[in-house]
Write a protein that binds this ligand. Structure first.
Ligand code: GDP
Ligand code: MG
Length: 162
């Protein structure tokens, strides 16, 4: 079976936009309003002849209730079944309390984690990505899921982790 990559992060950081970029087509639903992806949705992907499965998840939040709790539980289930995780942070916002809580949850999973600093649409924003070293997940990888900036490098990194 193809190895599985889970894409996780808090709401609105660009997870679904990144999933579309990774699979090379617009299939995951992108919205300006948070909370569109409720479940975990698998997509077939292929990079340099290697097949893998990308799982889009809803926005993860700590101590969530009701519907938000169900979404977070689905994201954690996606992580549990994944071979590697891409953790997406919005570099234009920086590390939030929710991001820090997600890092703790990710550590408990013991899965390999690739830290992605999204929304780095131009070189001037690279500095914002640098601040994400503070999350303690190693090197932040700056990309623009929207424009495709550095997405090839990220795919190489993902395949090396799977
Ligand atoms: P999700 O909730 O994490 O799945 O986030 P979405 O993929 O639905 O995107 C949320 C919003 O962020 C949408 O308005 C996207 O167009 C926007 N977005 C996603 N990636 C980027 C990016 O690389 N740069 C910019 N400027 N906006 C982005
Ligand atoms: Mg989404």
């Amino acid at each position: 079976p193809a190895p599985i990559l889970a894409v996780v992060g808090r709401p609105n950081v660009g997870k679904s936009t990144l999933v579309n970029r990774l699979i090379g087509r617009r299939q995951a639903v992108v919205e300006d309003v948070p909370g569109v992806t409720r479940d975990r949705v698998p997509y077939d992907a292929n990079w340099n002849g290697r097949r893998f499965t990308v799982v889009d998840t809803g926005g993860w939040e700590p101590d969530a209730k009701d519907r938000a709790a169900a979404i977070a539980a689905q994201a954690e289930a996606a992580i549990a079944t994944a071979d590697a995780v891409v953790f997406v942070v919005d570099a234009t916002v920086g590390a939030t309390d929710v991001d820090e809580a997600a890092v703790k949850m990710l550590r408990r999973s013991h899965k390999p984690v690739i830290l992605v600093a999204n929304k780095v649409d131009n070189a001037a924003l690279e500095n914002e990505a640098h601040g994400l070293w503070s999350l303690g997940l190693g090197e932040p990888h700056p990309i623009s899921a929207l424009h495709g900036r550095n997405s090839g490098d990220l795919l190489d990194l993902i395949l090396a982790a799977l």
